[in-house]
Design a protein around this ligand. Structure first.
Ligand SMILES: *Cc1c(COP(=O)(O)O)cnc(C)c1O
Length: 217
């Protein structure tokens, strides 16, 4: 199947209210345009320079999602245009996004990345750190960032029950942290291999690459 057909099939399988971010890392501008022509507007990249280069030459109404690990010294390359930063994993990074957001006269939407004990990546906050960050006064002075919710990845495993458990615990944490905060309404979880389980558990945003564009090298 082609990109347009893949997109259509995935969209039809998603409940209303779940945003599909097409993960286009390593994919060409022609492939991205094919998805764009099929109506896709939200795209995810995991490398800052790659995203900035694509953003410069592709249609300006594309919403670019930074889904990878973001280094502080690279924030300046995306602060002017990024739609949502998914992988905020430290207060210092948040402070740098705030600083660059101020320079660009923007408020930059961010998700806090949750670290699950057994997952592949070492990045992210654990539940206690998130609780401390959100209930403390560290965020009060950061007028140019807006915390919109959480991003998480399940452990890379064939054990479906474990993946389901992890998604459920992310959802529980999300509800607990952001009860009464209507601004924080994004729970980014689910990829090609596990998005159905993520959606069942309460995901509001899925990040799907290979099921749309085919496998990556
Ligand atoms: C690459 C990537 C995805 C998409 O993965 P697929 O398995 O190709 O759908 C989603 N989220 C993050 C953080 C990624 O790096």
């Amino acid at each position: 199947m082609g990109i347009a057909e893949n997109l259509k099939a995935i969209r039809e399988s998603l409940p209303e209210g779940v945003l599909l971010v097409a993960v286009s890392k390593t994919k060409s501008q022609a492939e991205i345009l094919e998805a764009y022509r099929a109506g896709q507007r939200d795209f995810g990249e995991n490398k800052v320079q790659e995203m900035a280069g694509k953003a410069m030459s592709l249609p300006p109404d594309i919403r670019w999602h930074m889904i990878g690990h973001l280094q502080r010294n690279k924030v300046k390359y995306l602060a002017g245009f990024v739609h949502l930063v998914h992988g905020v994993d430290s207060l210092r990074l948040l402070e740098e996004i705030n600083r660059r957001g101020a320079q660009e006269n923007r408020i930059i939407d961010c998700l806090l990345q949750v670290h699950i004990a057994e997952e592949a990546t070492k990045f992210g906050f654990d539940a206690a750190e998130l609780q401390a960050l959100i209930s403390g006064d560290n965020l009060a002075g950061l007028a140019h960032v807006r915390i919109r919710g959480l991003m998480g990845m399940a452990t890379f495993t064939d054990d479906q029950a474990q993946v389901r458990r992890e998604f459920r615990s992310l959802k529980t944490l999300f509800d607990r942290l952001f009860a009464g905060n209507p601004e924080a309404n994004i729970l980014s979880m689910g990829m090609s291999g596990d998005y159905e389980m993520a959606v069942d558990a309460g995901s509001t945003l899925v990040r799907i690459g290979s099921s749309i564009f085919g496998t990556r090298p």
